[in-house]
Design a protein around this ligand. Structure first.
Ligand SMILES: NC(=O)c1ccc[n+]([C@@H]2O[C@H](COP(=O)([O-])OP(=O)(O)OC[C@H]3O[C@@H](n4cnc5c(N)ncnc54)[C@H](O)[C@@H]3O)[C@@H](O)[C@H]2O)c1
Length: 260
């Protein structure tokens, strides 16, 4: 029996880590996958990839800009209309933004990062949890009690430690870790698990301009970029019943970056 008999929802699924998470759910036997992104090209690429590699998987692409509350609410309604539930929600949409010290930032640049990374993630999570609270747990692979739903938020190792020049990004990711912990407390009585993942430098379009021998790569004991697959593996573990006692955690997937 698959670990994932329910419905997955992945935001930011048009590229990089989110795309790999959606593909990995299909690879691990999830048959109903909703994907959100504000770019339609990426959505179609991810849908096409899954449908070619895993025939029979039902993929629902929805164009959603997570900065727009109505688009999130409408998008979640479409998922419920088509799939009737949301079991594994992965809030991954995010941007990095400019690199410069705070005194050179425009307020609009700061707002754009917070509206995407933090406010957008929080609204997605809020809407997901409303449906999770109203649904019954699915059977699990080994018969242990299942949860009503699992949420995994995409934070960053830069939510745990800092680096120069990205004050808004770092702060948005620290706030995601904080919201994850608060929601984990609030929704434990509802049998919903909320965790986050803190990747280091991962080889995606977001980090394309960071060379393999950049100081930010070499500072990690493992001295390399991670792969989207390595992050997806951590996300799927946290989403699965094998993580049934893991609640409010911030799992680093960073080659040891934060321990150095
Ligand atoms: N790549 C890394 O090194 C790294 C490290 C730590 C954390 N992260 C986080 O992982 C997540 C994914 O990053 P990635 O490297 O895959 O980047 P990416 O740029 O490859 O993918 C991000 C996806 O999010 C989508 N997106 C951006 N803004 C959006 C919006 N307003 N509404 C809907 N979709 C939107 C983009 O269209 C894109 O498809 C982000 O939250 C990022 O902060 C990445």
């Amino acid at each position: 029996m698959t670990l994932f008999p329910g419905v997955a929802l992945v935001t930011g699924a048009g590229s990089g880590i989110g795309k790999q998470i959606a593909i990995s759910f299909a690879a691990e036997g999830c048959r109903r996958i909703a994907i959100f992104d504000h770019g339609t090209t990426g959505l179609e690429e991810t849908k096409g990839h899954i449908e070619t590699a895993f025939p029979g998987v039902d993929v629902l692409p929805v164009k959603v800009d997570v900065r727009v509350e109505t688009e999130i609410v409408d998008g979640i309604a479409q998922v419920i209309q088509q799939f009737e539930r949301i079991d594994y929600a992965i809030n991954c949409a995010g941007i990095f933004g400019p690199t410069k010290p705070s005194h050179e930032w425009h307020t609009s640049e700061f707002d754009n990062i917070f509206n995407t990374n933090l406010r957008g993630l929080w609204i997605c999570s809020r809407e997901e949890v409303k449906h999770m609270m109203a649904q019954e747990p699915l059977p699990t692979h080994d018969g242990r009690p299942g949860c009503r739903g699992s949420i995994v938020n995409m934070a960053s190792n830069l939510g745990l430690v800092s680096k120069d020049g990205t004050p808004a990004y770092n702060a948005s990711k620290t706030a995601i870790i904080s919201i994850t912990r608060t929601d984990a407390i609030d929704y434990s009585p509802h049998n919903i698990r909320v965790n986050c993942v803190c990747p280091g430098i991962i080889d995606t379009p977001l980090t394309a301009e960071i060379p393999d021998d950049a100081p930010g790569v070499l500072i990690a004991p493992m001295k390399r970029k991670g792969t989207p697959q390595e992050v997806a593996d951590a996300v799927l573990f946290l989403s699965s019943p094998k993580a049934s006692f893991i609640q409010g955690s911030s799992l680093t997937v960073d080659g040891g970056y934060v321990i150095n």
